[in-house]
Design a protein around this ligand. Structure first.
Ligand code: AHR
Length: 502
């Protein structure tokens, strides 16, 4: 197959916001405990954080990190995680049937964020709590001093406020599995009240209202419309969540998952803009795609976890998907989809960060390593700078069961007006053979190929494991040529590629 695209800095979609390279840390399984926090580990620092994990997090290039859930937040009392550690309560986490010791809470996670160089984004509990508790957390976090809760934070060791800008108003409130699940009407009302109250305390907060848990939810679309009708003027973002997986051995459909993500984003943009028209508003709502990834959900059955309540485990191995090459190719294509919609997707969180459906894995007392999905994220975060560009793609197509005929190649580019550098991100969904791509780069003037990386393996199911942590990694794509303003590259079957020019 062949494909053709054009690079022109004038074809701007929108600025690439750094927050698009966010991630998500939930108190779930071994994400926090025995993941980023393991006081007994040989690499642990004075706060008990694994420095080998911190190094990988920095290399991954994550911006904002959403915390502390996820489903966990709907049963969470943030006060449990502050103050002297020895007096913090042990709680039963109903979302994941685990024991929560609260040894990591707001202060510890804020400190970890400083070390990781990331921005803290908090979720408030709108499942089992309400406006007052959200206000308390905001006062504790963002008010300098002089009130009971801000003084309590100072007494607990943080003189400076945490200064949290991004706040999620609950999590997946449309899902029947969610503690305190509500109808769109009920959620829209409490989200609006909470948002208004939070802004009375701190007018600078940026607020994310819950969209649907996924595009298969029976209320998809109407949920967003109703919730936004209640909250449109109170919030800045609506959330999207999407997880993809290969089902029934249908690799071709799986490889085209980003077609669904494109459609998902465009549907929510249309719905938000419909409410904008209905309300005659001059404001535009953006998307915070605050959970996205490949996740083999059918391997996890919550009911399997319901054992004797007195024996709910601490830091169990939950949702520890091992990602292979095809997963990483789809993952890279999901990043392409986010960038293609840079005008409206201005924040996103890869769910999650360590051990739980994660790009970084750890072994207690042992090493930390990069999953296959680590590479497209790290490279895209490093190279995608400036503005996202439309690439006017023409491509041969392939037929899939779930998505019909889809282009074998998907692509997006970025252009940094400050450095003049251009990056192109490409995916080849063809299972059988390579695809030759020609790129009209004439408008870029006198540029060179600075770097190229292709993630591919003859075994599409090859993965990095504890036993073989470096089995899969991207390599230079030696086929790249740039002559007379035309770039050509051969993309191996089932592969993801990044090329930087400048
Ligand atoms: O990321 C895992 C879970 O997926 C989150 O807790 C929840 O919000 C979503 O359903």
């Amino acid at each position: 197959p062949t494909a053709h695209l054009t690079l022109d800095p004038r074809f701007t979609v929108g600025a690439v916001h750094r927050r698009v390279f966010g991630s998500f840390v939930e108190h779930l399984g071994r994400c926090v405990y025995d993941g980023l926090y393991e006081p007994g580990h040989e690499s642990a620092d004075e706060d008990g954080f694994r420095t080998d994990v911190l190094e990988l997090v920095r290399e991954l290039g994550v911006s904002t990190i959403r915390y502390p859930g996820g489903n966990f937040v709907s049963g969470y009392r943030w006060e449990d995680g502050v103050g002297p550690r020895e007096s913090r309560p042990k709680r039963l986490d109903l979302a994941w049937h685990s024991l929560e010791t609260n040894q990591v809470g707001l202060h510890e996670f804020a400190r970890w964020n400083d070390k990781a160089g990331s921005e803290l984004m908090l979720a408030v509990n709108l499942g089992t709590r309400g406006v007052l508790e959200a206000l308390d957390l905001l006062e504790y976090s963002n008010v300098r001093s002089g009130s009971t809760l801000s003084d309590q934070r100072v007494a607990n060791g943080a003189t400076d406020p945490f200064g949290v800008k991004m706040w999620c108003l609950g999590n997946e409130m449309d899902g029947p599995w969610q503690l305190g699940h509500r109808s769109a009407e009920d959620y829209g009302k409490i989200a609006s009240q909470t948002a208004k109250a939070m802004r009375q305390l701190d007018p600078d907060v940026q607020l994310v209202v819950c969209g649907s848990s996924n595009s298969q939810m029976p209320t998809f679309g109407t949920w967003e419309r109703t919730v936004l009708e209640h909250t449109y003027e109170d919030v800045d973002f609506i959330s999207c969540h999407a997880y993809y997986a290969e089902r029934n051995g249908d690799l071709a459909s799986f490889l085209a998952s980003a077609v669904d993500m494109d459609h998902f984003i465009e549907s929510i943009v249309a719905t938000a803009d419909h409410v904008k028209a209905e309300l005659r508003s001059s404001k535009t709502i953006d998307i915070a795609f605050d959970e996205w990834n490949v996740w083999y959900q059918e391997r996890f059955h919550a009911d399997d976890q319901i054992t004797d309540i007195e024996q709910w485990p601490y830091a169990p191995r939950l949702l520890e998907d091992q990602y292979h090459v095809a997963d990483a190719v789809v993952f890279g294509s999901l990043l392409i989809s986010l960038l293609k919609h840079a005008d409206r997707v201005t924040s996103a969180s890869l769910a999650q960060l360590v051990n739980v459906i994660a790009p970084i894995m750890t072994e207690p007392g042992g090493p930390a390593w990069r999953q296959t999905t680590f590479f497209p994220f790290a490279l895209t975060s490093r190279l995608a700078r400036g503005n996202a560009l439309r690439v006017e793609l023409t491509s041969d197509t392939t037929t899939t069961t779930d998505h019909g005929d889809v282009p074998v190649v998907d692509a997006v580019a970025t252009h940094d007006p400050e450095t003049g550098k251009v990056a192109v991100f490409l995916v080849n969904r063809d299972i059988e053979g390579p695809t030759t791509v020609t790129v009209d780069a004439g408008s870029l003037g006198d540029v060179q190929v600075l770097e190229s990386h292709t993630l591919h393996d003859d075994d599409v199911y090859a993965a990095n494991t504890l036993a073989e942590p470096n089995r899969v990694a991207p390599v230079e794509n030696k086929s790249v040529r740039l002559e007379n303003g035309t770039l050509t590259v051969e993309l191996p079957p089932v592969s993801w590629t990044a090329i930087s020019l400048g």
